[in-house]
Design a protein around this ligand. Structure first.
Ligand code: PMV
Length: 317
């Protein structure tokens, strides 16, 4: 038996524009995906408390996944994680997934499951590995899940902490304080793949306009990074609101987000924005210190899932 876990994440700034070469900031959060792999039977049996009860990949199905066929659109990325370590006919394993990260919310659940599965498979094989190997293998799985991902999710799930990412390169940032953010899952389903395709379609219809927006979004991300490092959260909040306007302009806003936020108007909020692909899924709210608990109570009463976020430096383990 071998096990591994990896964290979910929020994109603090730079979603979508990162796909067009601009920088993004991602933060690993204290919600994790746990994976256990055991040698058992023939083929791959996936059990998950989150996705489905059970799904079985025969050797033939695993070969199909490897050759690019879709066998189970929700799980092929996970099968691929095992296939990055073992050949189809070597696989005789059972995989148990137990994730705290909500699915389809933009909180990096697919990358975390891929990173944890690749690592558990490498461990059970007894193969030496490092973080770059894990992240590269998980990127293959992310392409199955999301089409044309930037690669930020697999990196942050592997390394943890706070990461600035641009064109495949990452730098880790160190903050001496906890950022007071809450994450609200709007419970509106969204698919990253579809949202990335939608933005691409919009971009193709007017590349000049969209390149200009992406460029401005990139500049905002750099400013946010600087102000986060200065611990100037009021400024960070204002920049988040600017960022949110751009996200709405490129077509990935979440319906009724203002209404949701208006319920928090009696509290002190520095800023808010969607996090991840948008169109639904999660948003983040940057609170003035002290109001986080109160905000959580209000949002819970409205019937949304809400998380008080702690940054985790623990990447895959
Ligand atoms: O919603 P998520 O967690 O899948 O994040 C997607 C982030 C995008 O920038 C929209 C896509 C990407 O691959 O970077």
């Amino acid at each position: 038996m071998a096990d591994a876990s990896a964290p979910g994440k929020i994109i603090f700034s730079g979603e979508h524009s990162v796909v067009y070469g601009e920088p993004a900031l991602a933060i690993a959060i204290n919600l994790r995906c746990h994976v256990k792999i055991t040698k058992d039977g023939k083929g791959l049996l996936i059990t998950s408390k989150n996705y489905i009860q059970k799904y079985y990949y025969s050797t033939a199905k695993l070969e199909d996944v490897l050759s690019g066929k879709t066998i189970n659109s929700k799980l092929d990325n996970i099968a691929m994680a095992v296939l990055t370590v073992f050949k189809p006919n070597e696989i005789s394993h059972k995989l148990e997934i137990n994730s705290e990260i909500p699915i389809g919310a933009g909180l990096g659940s697919s990358a975390a499951v891929a990173v944890a599965t690749v690592t558990a498979a490498l461990k059970i094989k007894g193969q030496k590995y490092d973080n770059d190997t894990i992240s590269d293998k998980a990127f293959i799985c992310e392409k199955i899940a999301h089409g044309n991902p930037s690669g930020i999710d697999n990196l942050i799930a592997t390394y943890g902490g706070i990461v600035r990412f641009q064109n495949g390169n990452m730098t880790k940032l160190e903050l001496e304080y906890e950022i007071p953010i809450i994450i609200i899952n709007t419970n509106i389903p969204k698919e990253t793949k579809k949202m990335v395709e939608l933005v691409k379609k919009n971009w193709k219809s007017n590349p000049e306009k969209f390149n200009d927006i992406f460029n401005k979004m990139g500049k905002l991300t750099s400013k946010i990074e600087k102000e986060l490092l200065n611990n100037n959260l009021e400024r960070v909040g204002n920049l988040m609101l600017e960022n949110q306007k751009f996200l709405e302009k490129i077509g990935v806003g979440i319906p009724n987000i203002e209404k949701l936020i208006s319920n928090l108007s009696k509290l002190n909020i520095y800023g808010y924005k969607i996090t991840g692909a948008g169109g639904g899924g999660a948003m983040i709210v940057l609170m003035k210190n002290g109001d986080t608990k109160e905000a959580i109570k209000i949002v819970e009463t409205l019937g949304y899932d809400v998380y008080e976020t702690k940054i985790t430096n623990l990447g895959v383990n």
